[in-house]
Design a protein around this ligand. Structure first.
Ligand code: AHR
Length: 505
């Protein structure tokens, strides 16, 4: 006997348009993210600029629309000026955030060139730890001003005639965290962010700005940090950032799978805080959310503590992801889709080698981790409009989070091609769940495919030797009958059910 879950939906009941930037990513100068990740001159697959073509192919497959750079904690001690001009003249620096050596062989121009190859826009963070207003406005001038000034002509002298036209910028990174170089109080940061935002916008009024929210929901200063920072910056910024990483440190899968409820509450609290400041300031402007670091991350923490300091590109943060991690990533993607009205940018952290869906072997091949697949499906099929569904599902009790639905789901409707996509995770450890819809919304629809990601071993991984151990399959049983959709969601499974109008071929 199956348990049953029910989705009620209608195409006219909508959360909002899904901003394609919801499927963004992040590359930091950390470990082998840049050096040995996207950039490895001398590798068999490297192009003339030193970028690995095999990695670019996987990135393009993910259709990542925007990539945050260069940090992360790294940015708070980074002099962007070190990374421009002839590579032979660039300094090696002690990199204090990750205790490594930074060679500066990749800087802003190389990163933008890589983004163009990947089909992504850059999302650039400025250093508000050790630098400030001046360095930030100079960077915008160097990147975005057409010419005839010191910094824009310097760019041209570096053989880049056309401005990069970088649209979205982050005002620092995690400035509430004591681990940050140049950590600040909300008041110190709020004032600096406000003045930096003004100067950056005076250089280029078309840019959009992300101000730093808390580093995670558990910070003691959350959410008063958000309120105070926004009171200083409200008129000058467009987004506030959120970051979160989850792990299964106690090996409690049921509780780990429920972590997306924490993410959901975090988003709702930040929305409420933004709107509190809006009301307080009597403003008509709405601040949106940039969830610009999110993922599962914990596998490599112990290993990383043993890494010697002052190495170049050490193998740091190299989490090898399990099947259960992919389910949590699926739940997090569903949560982002369900907040598509306010979350306009989200960056899975990170893209290559560092807590990443794509892994490389230095001098060798590359492969897709388990978490690659839910991201791939959501990025490919989660475009269009997020529908405001109602869910009924069996539940279980989590001591910290309360009642947790066994089925987590989001539905998107793409007006461009008329397709509807249901993303669903069955968290149940022991039962398949029978999913049905109500509303008769699917008259005239047929199932294009019902993709599933399942594995009998929760800890199964993909590795360079076994890259296809955890692989999605088109083996689900979804069907439409009398205008109603039904499907079996296998126990512990990620499901993507795609529907199109017309007669099944
Ligand atoms: O993604 C790794 C690190 O996590 C980032 O540098 C930092 O912003 C966050 O704490």
């Amino acid at each position: 006997m199956f348990d049953t879950a029910k989705i009620t939906l209608h195409k006219d009941y909508q959360i909002g348009e899904v901003d394609p930037r919801l499927f963004g990513s992040f590359i930091e100068h950390l470990g082998r993210g840049v050096y040995g990740g996207i950039y490895e001159p001398g590798h068999l697959m490297a192009d003339a600029d030193g970028f690995r073509q095999d990695v670019l192919d996987l990135v393009k497959e993910l259709q990542v629309p925007i990539v945050r750079y260069p940090g992360g904690n790294f940015v708070s001690g980074y002099n962007w000026e070190d990374g421009i001009g002839p590579k032979g003249n660039r300094p090696c620096r002690l990199e204090l955030a990750w205790k490594a050596i930074e060679t500066n062989q990749v800087g802003i121009n190389e990163f933008v060139a890589w983004c163009r190859k990947a089909g992504a826009d850059p999302l650039v963070a400025v250093n508000l730890g050790t630098q400030g207003v001046d360095a930030a406005r100079h960077l915008v001038e160097y990147c975005n001003h057409p010419g005839g000034t010191y910094w824009s002509d310097l760019r041209k002298s570096h053989s880049i005639q056309e401005p990069h036209k970088i649209k979205v910028w982050c005002l620092g990174n995690e400035m509430d965290g004591p681990w940050q170089i140049g950590h600040k109080t909300a008041q110190e940061y709020g004032r600096l962010a406000c003045e930096t935002a003004k100067a950056m916008r005076w250089v280029d009024p078309t840019i959009e700005l992300v101000v730093c929210g808390s580093s995670y929901r558990g910070m003691p200063t959350f959410p008063s940090w958000e309120a105070e920072v926004l009171e200083h910056t409200y008129d000058h910024v467009d987004y506030i950032s959120l970051h979160t990483y989850y792990g299964n440190r106690d090996n409690n899968t049921k509780s780990f799978l429920a972590r997306s409820l924490d993410m959901d509450r975090y988003i709702s609290s930040v929305v409420a805080t933004c709107d509190y400041v809006k009301a307080k300031l009597r403003s008509r402007k709405t601040i949106h959310l940039s969830f610009d670091e999110w993922n599962v991350a914990y596998h490599s923490s112990e290993h990383d503590q043993k890494i010697e300091p002052w190495l170049i590109a050490p193998p740091q943060g190299e989490d090898i992801y399990t099947f259960e991690d992919a389910l949590v990533v699926g739940c997090m993607l569903i949560t982002l889709l369900r907040h598509a009205d306010r979350v306009k940018i989200a960056c899975q952290a990170q893209l290559v080698n560092i807590v990443a869906p794509i892994m490389t072997a230095t001098g060798g091949g590359c492969w897709r981790q388990t978490i690659y697949y839910p991201f791939y499906h959501a990025s490919r099929f989660g475009r269009g409009i997020a529908l405001d569904i109602r869910m009924q599902s069996p539940e279980y009790d989590d001591p910290e989070l309360g009642m947790v639905p066994c089925v987590e789901a989001a539905v998107t409707f793409n007006p461009a091609d008329g397709t509807i996509t249901i993303f669903a995770v069955n968290r149940s450890m022991d039962k398949a769940i029978y999913l049905e819809t109500s509303g008769g919304e699917f008259s005239g629809y047929h199932v294009l495919d019902h993709i599933t990601l399942t594995h009998e071993n929760l800890k199964a991984c993909n590795t360079i030797d076994k890259p296809d151990n955890v692989l999605p399959r088109k083996n689900g049983d979804a069907q439409v009958k009398d205008g109603l959709l039904s499907a079996t969601l296998a126990r512990l499974s990620w499901n993507v059910i795609r529907l199109a109008v017309g007669i099944a071929q």
